[in-house]
Design a protein around this ligand. Structure first.
Ligand SMILES: NC(=O)c1ccc[n+]([C@@H]2O[C@H](COP(=O)([O-])OP(=O)(O)OC[C@H]3O[C@@H](n4cnc5c(N)ncnc54)[C@H](OP(=O)(O)O)[C@@H]3O)[C@@H](O)[C@H]2O)c1
Length: 379
């Protein structure tokens, strides 16, 4: 990836400063400085996913073991960043067995030790990951006995006796969703899981799952760049009273200005394998960034804040979980809860966003085929 002056500066400062706290290193932008004054502990607005109350914006911890740009962040700094988020009112933290694998759950578990009961933590099962070593064996695995063992490992790594919201990460094409729901129900009966959710599932599978064990939240990709859920997914969630958690709400940094026409990705940066960020397609997709920048100017906000506020404006039961490894970005992202649109503004912004057709595919084929999958029916 092309390095912005900020990222180059940050990396060299990090290298020189070793163990300094991230908050000491971050240099807030002007707009960030404004939001810092108004974002105090505990005063973030709340939203409901089904019956589960969370802060209106959460924090995704996926990249805390390795960033998209392939940097391995300082672990203590990541623990500090999660604590900082809590201090600033974030009560919703998103991880998965597959992040690391295992390592992000450990980082989150360590970070929340002192305030476990004040936050809602999620994790996800569904990939075939070795319980002991964390090795990815390839493919998916939602067999009931696998889910139960996976959850035991999660509880240990997260240092807790329950997972507030447990998602199936991807539908297993071999396992009826009723069997998955049955395993989750057993875990609920034991008090090890409080709510459950699904990610990138097929719609009929969502309906079948909800019919046997009410689903609290769906987590699928949704942003100004990828608006796939505006088809049937959001309507189904609304009908069934299920909350929605957009992943990659900043389009992996694109909507926050982290990618432009000149950006080329380092080997190992997943974003380089998605054609929506290819040199051919970036120029067309940048039209969206122009819209976001224009609105940032109009609202006196940062571009990423417009992207997050837009998501929250779509439905009151949408809770984005931007991921970051930087304090100034965390503060900025939280500040999106202070950006609002009048009905007329929202109509105008929606129209501008919907006019822009994304060029390229959102994910590499091998990943995309795991989305929208319907589980087999139970015989
Ligand atoms: N269910 C699923 O299948 C699934 C899939 C993917 C992700 N997720 C979840 O969703 C969370 C968020 O998704 P994501 O991390 O893929 O994408 P994202 O939140 O859209 O974007 C994260 C990227 O944007 C950068 N960024 C964040 N805030 C920024 C700001 N204010 N200004 C400039 N750059 C900023 C981050 O870099 P810095 O670290 O430098 O800030 C990072 O590279 C993940 O952590 C994970 O919990 C779930």
């Amino acid at each position: 990836m092309t390095n912005s002056p900020l990222s180059i500066a940050r990396r060299s400062v990090l290298a020189a400063a070793g163990g300094l706290a991230l908050s000491q290193l971050a240099r807030p932008t002007q707009a960030t400085a404004q939001t810092q004054n108004v974002t105090r502990a505990g005063d973030l607005p709340k939203r409901k996913l089904g019956q589960l109350e969370v802060s209106a914006i959460g924090l995704g911890v996926q990249n805390m073991h390795r960033t998209y740009t392939t940097l391995i962040p300082n672990r203590n700094e990541m623990v500090g960043l999660i604590r900082e988020a809590h201090d600033r009112g974030v009560t919703f933290f998103d991880t998965a067995e597959a992040y690391g694998p295992h390592e992000c759950e450990r980082i989150l578990g360590e970070a929340i030790k002192g305030f476990r009961d004040e936050v809602v933590i999620t994790s996800k099962f569904g990939f075939d990951i070795d319980f002991e070593t964390g090795e990815r064996r390839g493919g998916r695995n939602s067999r009931p006995e696998h889910i139960k063992r996976a959850v035991e490992g999660m509880l240990e790594r997260l240092g807790t006796d329950r997972i507030d919201l447990l998602y199936q990460h991807r539908v297993d094409p071999e396992v009826p969703i009723e069997d998955v729901a049955g395993a989750v129900k057993d875990l609920m009966d034991e008090g090890k899981v409080l709510h459950w959710g699904m990610s990138e599932m097929g719609l009929q599978t969502l309906r079948r799952a909800h019919a046997v064990l009410p689903v609290t939240a769906v987590q699928s990709e949704y942003s100004m760049l990828w608006r796939g859920p505006e088809g049937d997914v959001l309507a189904t969630c609304e009908e069934l009273g299920i909350g929605f958690v957009p992943w990659s709400p900043l389009a992996v940094g694109f909507l926050a200005g982290a990618i432009d026409e000149q950006t080329r990705f380092a080997e190992g940066d997943f974003r380089g394998n998605t054609t929506r960020f290819s040199p051919e397609n970036l120029p067309q997709n940048m039209a969206l960034v122009d819209v976001v920048r224009d609105w940032a100017g109009r609202k006196g906000a940062e571009p990423g804040q417009i992207a997050l506020a837009w998501l929250m404006a779509q439905k009151p039961w949408i809770v984005p979980i931007p991921g970051t490894t930087q304090t100034n970005h965390l503060v900025q992202n939280i500040g999106a809860t202070e950006v609002s649109f009048s009905a007329a503004e929202l109509d105008e912004l929606n129209a501008a966003v919907r006019q822009i057709e994304m060029a390229g595919a959102r994910l590499p084929n091998a990943v995309q085929v795991m989305s929208g999958v319907e589980a087999p029916t139970k015989i």
